[in-house]
Design a protein around this ligand. Structure first.
Ligand code: AMP
Ligand code: MN
Ligand code: MN
Ligand code: MN
Length: 283
């Protein structure tokens, strides 16, 4: 079993990269990828653990993009995280995210929500600060009774305090990942898009932009959805990837490797990705 979608304290997860690697090794996972939102911050510590475990460690990232008017997440797997252009672009996105977060805080304060920048950021100077950090601050300060309430009342996509994060065009994210030696993979297609959205057509567009895989396995999928995306991956000759989208205790009920209990990303996916990675490097 493998798990190619995980978050650490470098974005909105609660575990350190080291703790994630040790837990994956304990579980006997064959491979894992660290894919924090819009940051490479945890990758050096993550990859430094490779000599201590048999689990294969894959450096990754999850980039926020806009596609057909919605947020689309694209994973980059097998990234060369020392690639200068990648570092530059992510530093730029990071700076824009800080500005967006300050604007969102301003809007919350303007409607009378008593939180401060310090409440949100705590001691995470190098992390990619997301709405999850806002939700936790609102919970900690007793303004909401659950993380979910923070999204429904204050910072969900349709709430007036929400400010969209500056993001990539999919073609730019895909090019950036590819140039850094990575494999671009569409994360959890289906999430954030309306029911009935035609993924056959959209995925073909994304493949033509250079996408090489899609998440056919994800904690949020039922069997029907998983089968649909497995079929789509086969039809379009994309690698059927997947993972738990583990966020530690920030997402209750989602475990490393097994997701909500029945997730199982097969080892054969690792082989397919390794072959593709070798092919990409050679071309
Ligand atoms: P951001 O990239 O700052 O807009 O934050 C997005 C992160 O917030 C996601 O990766 C999720 O972890 C979390 N998130 C967004 N919307 C929701 C929601 N409705 N319920 C729970 N978590 C959410
Ligand atoms: Mn997240
Ligand atoms: Mn995502
Ligand atoms: Mn994720």
């Amino acid at each position: 079993m493998i798990d190619l979608h995980l978050h650490s304290i470098f974005s909105d997860g609660t575990d350190t990269p080291e703790a994630i690697v040790l837990a994956a090794s304990e579980l006997g996972l064959k491979a894992i990828a660290l894919t924090d939102h819009d940051t490479l911050g945890g990758l050096e510590r993550f990859m430094a653990m490779q000599s201590s475990v048999a689990t294969t460690l894959i450096p990754g990232v999850e980039l926020s993009c806009s596609f057909m008017g919605k947020t689309l997440h694209i994973l980059g797997l097998y990234l060369n995280f020392l690639n200068q252009q990648l570092i530059r672009e992510l530093n730029h996105i990071h700076a824009q995210r800080v500005e967006r977060n300050k604007l969102m805080l301003k809007r919350l304060v303007a409607i009378g929500v008593p939180i401060t920048w310090e409440d949100i950021v705590l001691k995470l100077p190098n992390s990619s600060i997301t709405r999850m950090h806002f939700a936790k601050a609102l919970l900690r300060c007793g303004i909401v009774a659950s993380l979910q309430e923070a999204f429904t009342r204050f910072i969900g996509d349709n709430n007036p305090c929400f400010v969209p994060v500056a993001d990539f065009k999919p073609e730019d994210a895909i090019t950036l990942i590819t140039k850094a030696g990575g494999i671009p993979v569409i994360a959890h297609p289906g999430r954030g898009f309306p029911n009935g959205f035609c993924w056959d057509e959209a995925m073909l567009k994304l493949k033509n932009m250079g996408v090489q895989g899609l998440e056919a396995y994800h904690s949020s999928y039922g069997t029907l959805e998983q089968n649909y995306f497995l079929r789509l991956a086969t039809d379009l000759d994309l690698v059927p990837c997947g993972g738990s989208d583990y966020h530690g205790s920030n997402k209750h009920g989602v475990s490393l490797g097994t997701g909500k209990g029945n997730l199982h990303v097969p080892d054969v996916t690792l082989k397919l990705l390794q072959n593709l990675h070798q092919k990409n490097l050679a071309s």
